[in-house]
Write a protein that binds this ligand. Structure first.
Ligand SMILES: Nc1ncnc2c1ncn2[C@@H]1O[C@H](COP(=O)(O)OP(=O)(O)OP(=O)(O)O)[C@@H](O)[C@H]1O
Length: 512
C-alpha cells in the first residue's frame, strides 16, 4: 500500500481544532500549549515517545479529562466536554488502548452498549442485521453476532471495539494504539475500516508507536515531545527516519549484533512436545544460557501460549519442561517460579502490575521474603534495592512512592521488567510482547535491560508479533504459525522478509 492511495484531494474543511490546550497533573505538565487542526477526510497521526502527552490529548478530546487552558473546537463550535457521554453526543468516538468491550456479553450487546444515539427498543432481528453490517465493515464476516466476547481472540475483540465505534455514527474517530494486539491480516481490516470512514468525510486521529503504520495510513502527523507539539507534517513529505528524529530530537544509532557475552553452550532449558489444548502442538525448544530466543508469530500463532505454558500458566499444558536437567511441573506458576523461571506478562494492567500500589511496592513485590528476618521486613535494605532498580530502569527514584498507574505505558512496562532484574535466582526470563505500546526510545531501553539479563547468563525467551523487535533482540529466531514451530534459525541467517514469510504465509493466502 502506498501513501498515494490515502491522499486526499485539496484542503478539506477543518473538523477539529485544538487551540493552545494545556493540562497538568500536580507538578507534571503533561500537555503544554498544544495546537493543531484535523481536516474532514483526514487520517491524522499522533506520535511521540512514552510520556510525550498523547494519551492526555486523546482523553481531553474524548471528554475523559478537561483542559486547564485552551479550547477544543469541533466543526467550528466550542466543545467543552464534561464527560465521555458529552463527547460521544458531539460525534467523537474513542477506540482505546485498553479494550472496553464486556467479555461476559455477546458481540451484539457490546456493539450497542452505551450508545446514546441508539433507540431504546429495537427487535433482535433488526439489531442482528445492523450488527452484521458493522462486523462486515471491519472484516469480521464470519463472526456470529450472538458469540460471546470472552470466546474471541484479542484481535477479534479489538475489531468489535472498532465496529462499535463505527456504529456510533461519529464524525471524529480516535484510535489509540488500535493495532497493538492485532495480526497483520487484522491490521489490514482496521486500515480498511478507517479509510472507509474518512472517505465518507469523517476524520480519524491515529495514535501509534508503529511508525510504518503511521507512514502508510496517515495523511499528516503531529509529533509531540515532553508535552509540547514539535510539528505537524504531511507524511508524504518525510521519511520514517525524519519522523523518528522529530520524536527523539536526534536519530538513534542502529542496533549492532549482540556480543552474546553470557552465552554458555550447554542446554539449560529443554522443552519437549509441549502442547496447550488446541492452541499449540508438539513444540520443542533447546535453549542455552546467555542467549535470547525470539518466538515470532502473529496473534493466535501460539507464541504467547508457549511462554505462558513454560511459566506454568496454562492448566491444559502437556509435554515436558526441564531446567538444568531437573523436571519442572507444568501448570504450576509456583513450581516454575521456584525453579528460577520469571515471567513478564504482555498484559501489564490485567496481569502484571498492582495498579493501585506504589512503584516501590511493584518493583519489590517478589523480593519480600529475601528481605525479611524472622518475619520482620528490612525496610531500609528493601528501599535501597528499589532505588537501584529504579536507576537501572531509568525512572527517577523520587517517583518510588507514586502509584504505578501514574506512569506512562512504557514506564509501567519497565517497572514490570525491573522486578526480574538483578536477581541471581532468575535462570529463565520469559516475556510476552515486551514492548507492546512502548515508543522507540523506551523500546531501546527495555531491549538493553533484557540483553543485560542474558549477559548475566540467563536464558531469555520472548514472544513478539513485531518484526522489528525480533530483528533487534533475538539471537535465535523461532517462527510459529497455526500453533506449531515452522522454522528455527540463527539471527544472522534471517532477514525481515524471510521471518515475515514464515509468520504469515498461510494467513496471507487465507486473506487473498
Ligand atoms: N493521571 C495522571 N496522574 C499523574 N500523571 C499523569 C497522569 N496521566 C499522565 N500523567 C503523566 O503525564 C505525562 C504524559 O503522559 P501520557 O500518558 O499522556 O503520555 P503518552 O504520550 O500517551 O505516553 P505512552 O505512549 O507511554 O502511553 C507523563 O509524564 C505521565 O506520567
Amino acid at each position: 500500500m502506498t501513501q498515494t492511495e490515502t491522499a486526499i484531494a485539496g484542503p478539506a474543511p477543518v473538523l477539529l481544532t485544538i487551540d493552545g490546550v494545556s493540562r497538568s497533573f500536580g507538578a507534571i505538565r503533561a500537555v503544554s500549549n498544544v495546537s493543531f487542526e484535523v481536516r474532514a477526510g483526514e487520517v491524522h497521526g499522533l506520535c511521540g515517545h512514552n510520556g510525550a502527552g498523547k494519551s492526555t490529548v486523546v482523553k481531553m478530546l474524548a471528554g475523559l479529562l478537561q483542559p486547564d487552558e485552551g479550547r477544543i473546537l469541533i466543526g467550528g463550535g466550542e466543545a467543552n466536554f464534561t464527560s465521555a457521554r458529552d463527547a460521544q453526543a458531539r460525534g467523537v468516538a474513542l477506540v482505546d488502548q485498553e479494550l472496553s468491550v464486556v467479555p461476559a456479553l455477546s458481540v451484539l450487546d457490546n456493539l450497542f452498549l452505551g450508545n446514546v444515539a441508539e433507540p431504546l427498543f429495537r427487535s433482535r432481528r433488526e439489531s442482528r442485521s445492523r450488527a452484521r453490517g458493522l462486523l462486515d465493515a471491519v472484516g469480521l464476516t464470519d463472526l456470529d453476532p450472538e458469540a460471546y466476547i470472552e470466546d474471541l481472540s484479542m484481535g477479534q475483540r479489538q475489531l468489535v471495539e472498532i465496529a462499535r465505534a463505527l456504529g456510533r455514527k461519529a464524525s471524529l474517530f480516535i484510535l489509540d494504539e488500535p493495532t497493538a494486539t492485532l495480526s497483520s491480516v487484522d491490521i489490514e481490516h482496521v486500515f480498511k475500516a478507517i479509510r472507509k470512514v474518512t472517505a465518507a468525510g469523517c476524520a480519524a486521529i491515529y495514535v501509534s508507536h508503529r511508525l510504518d503504520e503511521v507512514m502508510e495510513l496517515c495523511h499528516r502527523v503531529t509529533v509531540m515531545r515532553d508535552g509540547q507539539r514539535v510539528g505537524t507534517v504531511p507524511t508524504s513529505a518525510i521519511s520514517g527516519g525524519d519522523l523518528v528524529a522529530m520524536m527523539l530530537g536526534s536519530v538513534p544509532e542502529t542496533a549492532r549484533p549482540r556480543a552474546e557475552r553470557g552465552r554458555q553452550a550447554d542446554v539449560a532449558l529443554e522443552v519437549r512436545n509441549l502442547s496447550t489444548g488446541a492452541r499449540t502442538r508438539g513444540v520443542n525448544l533447546s535453549a542455552e544460557r546467555g542467549r535470547i530466543y525470539g518466538l515470532a508469530g502473529q496473534v493466535g500463532s501460539g507464541t504467547a501460549d508457549v511462554v505462558r505454558a513454560i511459566a506454568g500458566l496454562s492448566p491444559d499444558a502437556s509435554g515436558r519442561v526441564r531446567l538444568e536437567g531437573r523436571p519442572v511441573s507444568l501448570g504450576s506458576p509456583q513450581a516454575a517460579s521456584a525453579a528460577g523461571i520469571a515471567y513478564v506478562s504482555g498484559d501489564r494492567k490485567g496481569e502484571g502490575l498492582f495498579l493501585g500500589q506504589s512503584i516501590q511496592s511493584n518493583l519489590t513485590a517478589t523480593r519480600l521474603r529475601a528481605f525479611s528476618i524472622g518475619g520482620i521486613l528490612r525496610l531500609d535494605a528493601l528501599k535501597a534495592v528499589a532505588v537501584a532498580l529504579c536507576q537501572a530502569i531509568g525512572i527517577k527514584p523520587e517517583r518510588l512512592p507514586e502509584a504505578v498507574s501514574r506512569l506512562s505505558g512504557g514506564n509501567q512496562q519497565k517497572v514490570l521488567l525491573g522486578r526480574c532484574l538483578r536477581r541471581s535466582d532468575t535462570k529463565v526470563l520469559l516475556l510476552d510482547e515486551p514492548t507492546r505500546g512502548v515508543d522507540v526510545r523506551g523500546r531501546a531501553e527495555i531491549h538493553a535491560l533484557i540483553r543485560g539479563v542474558a549477559d548475566e547468563g540467563a536464558v531469555v525467551v520472548f514472544a513478539s508479533t513485531e518484526l522489528d523487535e525480533i530483528l533487534h533482540l533475538a539471537d535465535v529466531v523461532i517462527a510459529m504459525r497455526g500453533g506449531v514451530i515452522v522454522s528455527e534459525r540463527q539471527r544472522a541467517e534471517v532477514d525481515a522478509a524471510s521471518i515475515l514469510a514464515d509468520m504469515t504465509h498461510s494467513a496471507l493466502e487465507g486473506a487473498a
